[in-house]
Write a protein that binds this ligand. Structure first.
Ligand SMILES: C[S@@+](CC[C@H](N)C(=O)[O-])C[C@H]1O[C@@H](n2cnc3c(N)ncnc32)[C@H](O)[C@@H]1O
Length: 263
């Protein structure tokens, strides 16, 4: 599930996320990245005023609106979930920010070329990463940058799949396989950082916050949804804490002559 939810559950979930982050680090993200980490990625991605950015799987665009507000980039957010995009539009309007949004499932990517493609905390959901990465490489002009986070590790085994709620959206990748795929597409890694420890801490804090919320939700579909979040976040805290899964931030630059699409 997304964590946008339906009002009023959506608002309760947002509040649960807010209290889980240290002061100043919550910007509406539905993930483990902090505001500081989003700015770090923006810096290494070379996002400045006027940079054409497409934010894939933007959700309610907490990170995206931080980018627009801080850097005045030209921003297009894309998400398959119409409710999330409606909230993203509301957020932009109430903050007085210029941002475009599209409801769409990727791949394919929106038409056109971009300076930066952002994919935060959602690489995991794509089983066919090669198809996604090919579309991303084609959407970047030479020198353009792909800015993303990735859940690193071997595939889930049967028991792990049983333990993880919504495991049909959990497809980690090894650094070796990711590196080969990027290289084949002419995407050269220019910066990377290991965020495993900080994301384990965030997963733990979110699990605790969702558990507090769970105690207030009566039996029914909302309660089941929150219970799923508690379980999945506990498992993420366990896996990241034990090194079963690692989390990396990566910036890769498209080589001018990558031959991906002749562009
Ligand atoms: C974990 S949230 C991350 C949202 C945002 N990037 C952030 O960090 O706050 C994942 C989002 O990806 C969206 N999503 C998953 N698969 C998608 C796809 N194939 N195309 C478009 N959106 C997708 C979901 O609807 C959800 O809003």
């Amino acid at each position: 599930m997304t964590t946008a939810g339906t009002a009023p559950l959506g608002e309760a979930l947002r509040e649960a996320r807010r209290v889980a982050f240290p002061p100043g680090e919550f910007v509406g993200q539905e993930s483990f990245v902090t505001a500081r980490q989003i700015r770090t990625l923006a810096h290494h991605g070379g996002i400045v005023a006027g940079t054409r950015v497409v934010d894939l799987c933007c959700g309610v665009a907490g990170p995206g609106l931080l980018l627009v507000g801080d850097y005045e980039c030209q921003y297009l957010g894309v998400d398959a979930d119409a409710d999330s995009i409606a909230l993203a539009r509301e957020g932009a309007a109430s903050a007085g920010l210029r941002a475009d949004f599209e409801v769409a499932r990727v791949p394919p990517l929106p038409a056109g070329r971009f300076d930066v493609v952002v994919l935060l905390e959602t690489m995991l959901a794509f089983r066919a990463k090669d198809v996604l990465l090919q579309a991303i490489a084609s959407a970047l002009h030479g020198g353009g940058r792909f800015v993303f986070t990735v859940e690193e590790g071997p595939p889930l085994n049967g028991l792990e799949r049983e333990r993880m709620p919504a495991s049909e959206t959990v497809w980690p990748v090894t650094l070796h396989d990711l590196g080969s795929a990027l290289e084949e597409l002419g995407l050269r890694t220019v910066w990377t950082e290991d965020w495993t420890r900080s994301h384990a801490d965030t997963a733990r804090a979110l699990a605790a916050s969702y558990a507090t919320l769970l105690a207030t939700v009566p039996p029914g579909p909302d309660r089941d949804a929150v219970a799923g979040l508690v379980d999945s976040h506990r498992l993420w805290a366990e896996w990241l804490g034990a090194g079963r899964m690692r989390k990396f931030a990566v910036v890769a630059e498209r080589l001018a002559a990558s031959g991906v699409d002749g562009g």
